[in-house]
Design a protein around this ligand. Structure first.
Ligand code: OXD
Ligand code: MN
Length: 593
């Protein structure tokens, strides 16, 4: 039975039912009874397996199809009426043609199946940031995952009332055909269509599809920002907390930074770190003129392999209850789970991510490298007390970061907001052995939004510049960090992890005007004396001022090479690239002479 009388919702659901022809339609009210019945049903059909209730209470294992294990950027489209509006960094298809073409694929796609109607809210129900979406899906895994990742159910419908302002998401698993797999966005119609996938990033439509691609488009129209950023609070011994947002391309330790554990020395002094979000930030200018951020999500969809008691104890603790694991190893000895680098004891009697018997002896990984946990935010031991504040948290600094072996120093500050937008716009990271293809290739990923910006990147940079003008002197300061500089043997020069806090403290001191800096060709760099290295070790050796000095050098020849890459990237954006950013590039070139 429909749970709303909203005619806009009912009419659209009817149309989608007529198209996909499910046997049954079930509205998700968000109650524990309903979710528990769905868990039982998923276990009965083999879609999920219940794990050891004592060791992992409320936890389940799911395996996706082996041809369906990651986001598919090549099959992801932005369908704006005018092709130019999607820009050169997005795949584009004509909206009308796409509705027709995909309409044929959806026709009868849910025959013999159940359609679940999930009302969900990104950000806190009732808050100024809140945006409502519906996902129609034929997958119980999606329903249960959305129930972790977003706020769902009756309260969302009550908040929506009769409004037509909601995002319409349609997902059908169909037959998981790779050739007919599509993740398409119609930003001008607030619509998302996903078909032939069951993998989280393609089918949990509240996340990348809505909270980044559609929301970035809405944000430009409405004067706010939807960014691929973590939100972290640092509390000092006096009990004052300052917040930063940070954008990193994938494989740069974003979740680790979001859940940072202060080094012992700082913890003893009374410093604390608080996680507000690990992936997405929605930012608005508050009544006080400052920039405020919320995490619109309700859970974490994190990469499992590499998560362990040393790399990220908070993330590990977050996954110990009410979590869905996807494509990890099933340890049959005690009905628990395992993944590479969880510990040094792979189970002897286990099933790998493909569902095959596995004991690790053939050298193949047991968990898929992109295997995931879907865990409720409330589980996180360092979750910020402000996480549930509907007004969000005020942002002091925005940090961009990439993986650069040589070029970028440990940290630098932009000269002003426009220069900071330039720094974000040319954000780049070098490929690692974790991904297929050559290692060390520089990939430009502006603001870490390359696969997630729902419109033309040039216009997106323009929107950033406008936000800076509105914020004026209340704008957060913008920084760039690089935890990944290496020596000539490829060893990391900086210990990273919790010790990144030492760099964050310099950043916050800069925001408060408490520390000076030296001006260089690329921006402001710290004086060596201003980053605390007391008690710091790297690779078992004492960390010295000389090492820090090396991390804070700017090699102009390398930067001149980088400028060539920037020019190629900017050329791609054509005349929608704001003139201001071209000027910033000219200034950099001049400074590097
Ligand atoms: C993610 C991603 O899964 O950025 O968060 O790819
Ligand atoms: Mn992400």
């Amino acid at each position: 039975m429909a749970l709303t009388t909203n005619q806009h919702v009912l009419k659209w659901v009817d149309e989608m039912v007529a198209l996909t022809k499910p046997d049954r339609v079930v509205w998700i009210d968000g109650s524990e009874e309903q979710l528990e019945a769905l868990r039982a049903e998923a276990c009965a059909t083999g879609e999920m397996e219940k794990l050891n209730e004592e060791k992992l209470p409320g936890c389940y294992l799911h395996r996706s199809a082996v041809n369906d294990v990651a986001r598919v950027e090549g099959r992801t489209f932005i369908c704006t009426r005018n092709k130019e509006d999607a820009g050169p960094t997005n795949n584009w298809m004509d909206p009308q043609e796409t509705y027709e073409k995909l309409g044929k694929l959806y026709d009868g796609a849910m025959k013999g199946r159940t359609m679940y109607v999930i009302p969900y809210c990104m950000a806190h129900v009732g808050s100024p940031f809140a945006k409502i979406g519906f996902e129609l899906t034929d997958s119980i895994y999606v329903v249960l995952s959305m129930a972790i990742m977003t706020r769902i159910g009756q309260e969302v419908l009550d908040f929506l009332g009769d409004s037509p302002d909601f995002v319409k998401g349609l997902h059908a698993k169909k037959d998981l055909s790779e050739e007919d797999r599509y993740i398409v966005h119609f930003p001008e119609d607030n619509t998302i269509w996903s078909i032939n996938s069951g993998y989280g990033g393609n089918v949990l439509l509240g996340k990348k599809c809505f909270a980044l691609r559609i929301a970035s488009f809405q944000a430009r129209k409405e004067g706010w920002m939807a960014e691929h950023m973590l939100i972290l609070g640092i509390e000092n011994p006096e009990g004052e907390t300052k917040y930063v947002c940070a954008a990193f391309p994938s494989a740069c330790g974003k979740t680790n930074l979001a859940m940072l554990i202060p080094p012992k020395k700082y913890a003893e002094m009374g410093y604390k770190a608080w996680c507000v979000g690990d992936d997405i930030a929605w930012l608005r200018i508050g009544e006080d003129g400052r920039l405020w951020a919320v995490n619109p999500e309700y859970g974490f969809f994190g990469v499992a392999p590499g998560t362990n008691a040393k790399s990220n104890p908070n993330a590990l603790a977050t996954t110990r209850r009410n979590t869905i694991f996807t494509n990890v190893v099933h340890n049959l000895e005690d009905n628990t789970i395992w993944w590479e680098k969880l510990d040094k004891n792979p189970p002897k009697h286990a099933v790998n991510w493909k569902g095959e018997p596995w004991d690790g002896s053939d050298g193949t990984p047991g968990a898929h490298p992109n295997s995931r946990f879907t865990a409720p935010s409330v589980n996180c031991p360092c979750l910020s007390p402000e996480y549930n504040n509907p007004n969000g948290v005020p942002i002091s600094a925005i940090i961009f970061g990439g993986r650069r072996a040589k070029t970028a120093p440990l940290v630098y500050q932009s000269r002003d907001w426009a220069h900071g937008v330039f720094v974000g716009s040319v954000l780049a990271s070098e490929t690692t052995a974790a991904a297929a293809g050559a290692v060390g290739v520089v990939r430009r990923d502006p603001m870490a939004m390359l696969p997630f910006c729902g419109y033309h990147m040039g216009d997106y940079f323009g929107h950033w510049l406008e936000m800076g003008e509105k914020l004026g002197d209340k704008a957060p300061k913008i920084f760039h960090v690089n935890w990944f500089r290496t020596d000539d043997e490829g060893n990391f020069l900086w210990p990273g992890f919790g010790d990144n806090m030492r760099v964050l403290l310099w950043i916050l001191a800069r925001c408060e005007g408490k520390v000076s800096a030296r001006e260089t060709a690329i921006g402001y760099l710290p004086y060596v004396k201003d980053i605390d290295i007391e008690g710091l070790e790297n690779n078992g050796r004492e960390f010295t001022h000389m090492m820090l000095d090396e991390l804070l050098t700017v090699d102009k020849a390398l930067w001149r090479e980088d400028v060539e890459g920037i020019e190629t990237f900017y050329a791609k954006l054509g005349d929608r690239l704001p003139a201001k950013l071209r000027e910033e590039l000219e200034t950099l070139k001049e400074n590097l002479k």
